[in-house]
Design a protein around this ligand. Structure first.
Ligand code: FE2
Ligand code: FE2
Length: 373
């Protein structure tokens, strides 16, 4: 293990991670990876900012018992030593990898790294701006985890001669403003769906190790437990104010975010056929599996779940995905009419998904869950 690898994996604070990233800038110049991470489209991971004062004003005393347990668990830091390459990290034959697979896998790593880092930047900013001890403590712990996750993926990318310039991303990527309640819905969901995605791949490869074409998948189980805890924290934050999940308007917003997050995942994953083939995973099966797990988990706090078994659900997702392929094609070939047609079809498909009646859910008294998949 070289020193840089060790340092990155050891980084426990974002500041350290950023300092290392800056030092690495002098050693690597990987414009391609950073450009990919910089791209802002509907489908690429975004950077967020919010009303930090409103977040700082949250009073967690109503959920104190669960809160303290969760924080104690995160402070104990069971994954302190996890994000390091060890003897389980097999040599990766990047040069011998099928070119389509290599391209899609790198795209997967870059977009995962960007998503992890986007969480890190948001959490760190909350920690920096807040005065509320409960809130700043939680966000510091979550930023620590996301910095490790992003750093570890960057380590994997470096072996392929690439690296996402995290320091540059922080300064230059566009930030999208979301009101705090939208941050809760979106971030809660992205943490829980992140958990469901990582654990589904991990369990699948446990049963079919011959498909494990890269060692990073071996790290997914402990990794997804971090995401699980982050999701638990957001569930508790939402629980402090019942209006957030019970008012009629907010129920619609929750349905909107569920639909957007599920649809985005479906479309994005279908852009990587070679990657899923190498994993031995049918992306339709995978999507359904991840949606099922995420829906079950989100019943801890959301008053509704999407009806993913409704007869219109799967065909409409497929239509949305097809519209997205046509849209990308029209943009590439500068076909204005085709582009408008594809956008309209995509919007119509999204609306169809959104208006499928959802299933009511009675939120349990005790929201806390443990990772069981
Ligand atoms: Fe993460
Ligand atoms: Fe996370």
């Amino acid at each position: 293990m070289n020193m840089q690898t060790k340092h990155t994996a050891d980084a426990t604070t974002v500041e350290e991670g950023l300092a290392i990233a800056e030092a690495q800038d002098r050693l690597y110049n990987d414009e391609m990876a950073t450009e990919t991470a910089m791209a802002n489209t509907l489908l690429t991971p975004r950077f967020y900012t919010t009303d930090f004062d409103e977040l700082d004003a949250i009073d967690v005393s109503g959920v104190r018992e669960d809160w303290d347990k969760l924080i104690a668990q995160m402070e104990a830091d069971p994954n302190r030593g996890h994000f390091k390459k060890n003897e389980d990290w097999d040599t990766v034959d990047w040069d011998g990898m099928d070119p389509d697979l290599k391209k899609e896998f790198i795209d997967f790593l870059i977009s995962s790294c960007t998503a992890e880092f986007s969480g890190c930047v948001l959490y760190k900013e909350m920690k920096r701006r807040g005065n509320n001890k409960d809130i700043t403590q939680l966000f510091q712990l979550m930023a620590r985890d996301e910095a490790r996750h992003a750093g570890f993926i960057n380590d994997a990318l470096r072996e392929a001669g690439l690296r996402v310039n995290l320091g540059f991303l922080t300064q230059k990527k566009k930030y999208t403003y979301f009101r705090p309640k939208f941050i809760y819905y979106a971030t809660y969901l992205s943490e829980k769906i992140g958990y469901a995605r990582y654990i589904t791949i991990f369990r699948h490869l446990e049963a079919h190790p011959e498909h494990r074409f890269h060692p990073i998948f071996k790290w997914f189980r402990e990794w997804c437990n971090d995401e699980f805890s982050h999701g638990e924290a957001f569930a508790l934050l939402m629980k402090t104010d019942p209006k957030l999940t019970q008012s009629a308007t907010n129920k619609l917003w929750i349905k909107f975010f569920l639909t957007a997050v599920y649809a985005t995942m479906y479309v994005r994953d279908h852009q990587r056929p070679a990657f899923h083939k190498a994993l031995g995973v049918d992306p339709d099966w995978y999507a359904h599996e991840v949606f099922t797990k995420t829906s079950e988990l989100s019943e801890q706090i959301f008053p509704l779940t999407l009806d993913i078994d409704h007869p219109k659900w799967q065909p409409t997702l497929e239509a949305l995905q097809k519209a997205n392929v046509d849209l990308a094609d029209a943009v590439e070939n500068k076909q204005a009419m085709k582009k408008i047609g594809a956008q309209l079809r995509a919007a119509k498909s999204f609306a169809t998904l959104f208006f499928i009646p959802s299933k009511k859910n009675v939120v349990p008294e005790n929201t806390r869950l443990e990772p069981v998949y």
